[in-house]
Ligand binder design. Structure first.
Ligand code: ADP
Ligand code: MG
Length: 310
């Protein structure tokens, strides 16, 4: 008799624990701020329905919502990586559905862009650049202040103008763009950073296939376009007028910002753009481009030592 009795006792004990645990979890779930808000929005949900779906509610509670508890897609804590839970009430029934999280949407968009546009790049030493890592030295103060102002405004509405950073080699112009691109990700603002010499090469080689229009569309419509080292590319009247001119025109009309880095001031760039591979000088057309650059960005000079030597 004894073994049965002790088994029974054990079972009763476990059962008591189970009930206790159940009540604890139930209370935790129902007190979760998001869940109680959800339930208050749908008073028609019966107590029976709520209790029946306690597991779903618990699942919802345990998951990261739109990346609020995940640093990166790779370290996503959710049951289905890259998917974020949503609670719904349909026909007086509770439903738990999943949608792609911001980080997954962003990663997929980037993958798609990179598949199409080979020259999109982020230099390795800049890949992890962050705004917090930017040294606030006096020489670059104005540039950094402008960048922070842009970011602050972007939080509520994407500003119509970016920044045209110019200054000597190695002062950290590209680094600033990398840091900005990374910061914008947190606001779910997409950006494309492209190195001008590669950009020209890639667009020229796409003339033959049909991809050029699709590529143009990406450059026209991405939230924030970043053109790195403008003026360093081989000058071509076709690229200047048909590609760059048309992208800038579109972005100007749509009030979409563009960031630039250059070794040249805008005045110097204008001279540079006037010299084409046809040999002549095309000051009017070059002037048209710099006018558009001014519409989509604000010129800021960066000073400082060459950081590549240190
Ligand atoms: P530029 O584009 O003006 O020629 P870069 O942005 O390439 O200059 O910067 C030159 C080097 O200095 C790069 O290796 C970059 O990683 C580093 N660098 C620039 N700014 C910073 C910074 N604020 N903190 C750390 N490293 C920086
Ligand atoms: Mg650079």
């Amino acid at each position: 008799m004894k073994p049965v009795q002790s088994e029974l006792k054990k079972w009763m004990q476990q059962n008591a624990n189970f009930k206790e645990n159940y009540l604890k979890v139930r209370e935790e779930v129902l007190n979760d701020p998001e869940i109680s808000e959800f339930l208050s929005l749908y008073p028609q949900l019966s107590q029976e329905e709520i209790d029946k779906n306690l597991i779903k509610l618990y699942e919802y509670k345990s998951q990261s919502k739109q990346c609020d508890r995940c640093e990166s897609l790779g370290s996503c804590i959710n049951m289905i990586q890259g998917y974020s839970p949503i609670l719904r009430a349909e026909n007086d029934a509770i439903q738990l559905v999943y949608e792609k999280c911001h980080k997954l949407v962003d990663a997929e968009r980037q993958r798609e862009q990179h598949k199409l546009i080979q020259s999109l790049y982020m230099p390795k030493d800049i890949l992890n650049a962050t705004i917090d890592d930017i040294d606030h030295d006096k020489q670059r103060g104005v540039g950094i202040r402008e960048l922070l102002l842009f970011l602050e405004n972007a939080r509520t509405e994407l500003p119509a103008r970016g920044i045209y950073f110019h200054g000597p080699f190695g002062v950290g112009k590209t680094y600033l763009l990398g840091a900005l691109a990374n910061a914008l990700k947190d606001y779910h603002i997409s950006s494309m950073l492209i190195y001008m010499p590669e950009f020209v090469r890639e667009m020229k080689s796409s003339i033959k296939d049909d991809s050029i229009n699709e590529k143009m569309n990406y450059f026209k419509t991405t939230d924030v376009l970043m053109l790195d080292d403008i003026g360093a590319e081989t000058q071509s009247a076709w690229f200047r007028d048909e590609i760059l001119g048309s992208i800038l025109q579109y972005r100007m009309m749509e009030k979409l910002p563009v960031f630039f880095t250059s070794n040249y001031s805008l005045e110097q760039l204008e001279e540079q753009l006037a010299i084409t591979n046809r040999g002549g000088s095309e000051t009017v057309k070059a002037g048209r481009i710099t006018e558009r650059i001014k519409q989509v960005s604000k010129e800021v000079q960066l000073y400082g030592e060459n950081r590549r030597d240190s």
